[in-house]
Design a protein around this ligand. Structure first.
Ligand SMILES: [Zn+2]
Length: 362
């Protein structure tokens, strides 16, 4: 038995969290039973373990990769989801690596069997094999949580909308959500959005790329229709896909994003503008979202999108994954993908994590 004593939840409430065998047993006001006690320092928040649903963690295909633990638990992220680095051809190798990590690693399977072996993985339609993808999904039922299609000009070449149609077919056959990366047109968002269904995900929702971002009224309207249908918007910050200016427009026009993810890999981790999840979350505090909204977008919401019923929440029966962090009163220059700098006087900093009941100070 373990007890996290005096945990300050993102709501500001203080509770004792009782853990038995890696699982949350109870959340009480004042626990006076037995157990190893972890005292939480004044000013430290305890939230469900963070879930980053857009990362690149398959080291076989540089440069878009990083080791799962180095972007995972070491930075407060207890679950990392790789967003299509691997397709059916390499999923066995990726699974083997994933199982050696402390961090919980999951995957969106690239609909192209070659994954990110080539950066234009959807330019040859023959690389999309519904059969091979289905076999991979059958082999790794709890590891593959969705499908990924990178639908932007440099990835699809001359393929047009065809890869998206195949992605949709695969998604319907496997009941897995389809995550669609958006960027430079063609294809335009207008063309793509009708193919998305309830539960699917648009990633890079606040990118500022030419003619395909929400500055265009028509696109904003189409996005609002998609959200009504039940399509989720994911941030997927990345090197080139997060603009403060676009995020501010979204806030002003009530376009709600759902999940905050980093699209992190080695280079944007070391040189920015991503660095880590804490910095990405701080950007949303700087935009004026509340701490509770921000934390929900990296815990409860991604868990719901990915149907991870025992993660992302602090309730009895959930796996005991937690992130311990503070909000320091320190000036920070927050850089977006366009080189714009937003100054803010608050910084989220990770102090420790708990992974399935194992407490690790950082
Ligand atoms: Zn990505």
């Amino acid at each position: 038995m373990k007890v996290i004593k005096n945990a300050m939840l993102p709501s500001g409430l203080r509770r004792d969290i009782v853990i038995n065998d890696g699982v949350i047993e109870d959340i009480v006001k004042d626990y006076d039973g037995h157990g190893d006690v972890i005292y939480v320092e004044e000013g430290t928040y305890v939230s469900p373990g963070w879930i980053d649903m857009h990362t690149h963690t398959f080291p076989k295909f540089p440069p878009y990769c990083a080791h799962p633990d180095e972007i995972g638990y070491m930075h407060g992220v207890t679950t990392v989801v790789d967003a299509g680095s691997s397709g059916a051809d390499d999923i066995d190798e990726f699974y083997t690596l994933a199982k050696q990590c402390k961090t919980n690693v999951l995957a969106f399977l690239n609909i192209s069997r070659i994954g990110l072996k080539r950066m234009d993985e959807l330019s040859r339609i023959d690389d999309i094999s519904i059969d091979e993808a289905r076999k991979a999904i059958d082999r790794y039922e709890h590891f593959i949580v969705g499908l990924k299609a990178r639908m932007s000009q440099s990835v699809i070449g001359e393929s047009g909308i065809a890869p998206l149609k195949l992605g949709k077919e695969l998604s319907e056959k496997t009941s897995l959500p389809l995550m669609v990366h958006i960027g430079n047109a063609p294809p335009t968002l207008d063309e793509m959005l009708p193919y998305l269904k309830k539960g699917d995900i648009i990633t890079h929702c606040f990118h500022a790329k030419h003619q395909n971002n929400i500055f265009h009224e028509q696109i904003l309207d189409a996005m609002l229709v998609a959200i009504k249908k039940g399509v989720y918007l994911d941030v997927g910050h990345g090197t080139a896909s997060f603009s403060f200016q676009i995020a501010k427009v979204a806030k002003r026009k009530n376009l709600p994003f759902h999940s905050i993810s980093t699209d992190i890999y080695e280079k944007n981790k070391e040189e920015g503008p991503v660095y880590n999840m804490a910095t990405t979350l701080t950007k949303f505090l700087a935009l004026g979202y509340s701490l509770e909204e921000v934390i929900r977008a990296v815990t409860e919401v991604p868990a719901e999108i990915l149907k991870l019923h025992r993660r992302g929440r602090c309730s009895p029966g959930a796996i005991a994954d937690f992130t311990f962090f503070s909000i320091d009163d320190e000036e920070i220059a927050l850089k977006d993908s366009e080189g714009y700098i937003q100054h803010h006087r608050e910084q989220i900093k990770v102090n420790a994590v708990m992974l399935g009941g194992e407490y690790i100070e950082l």
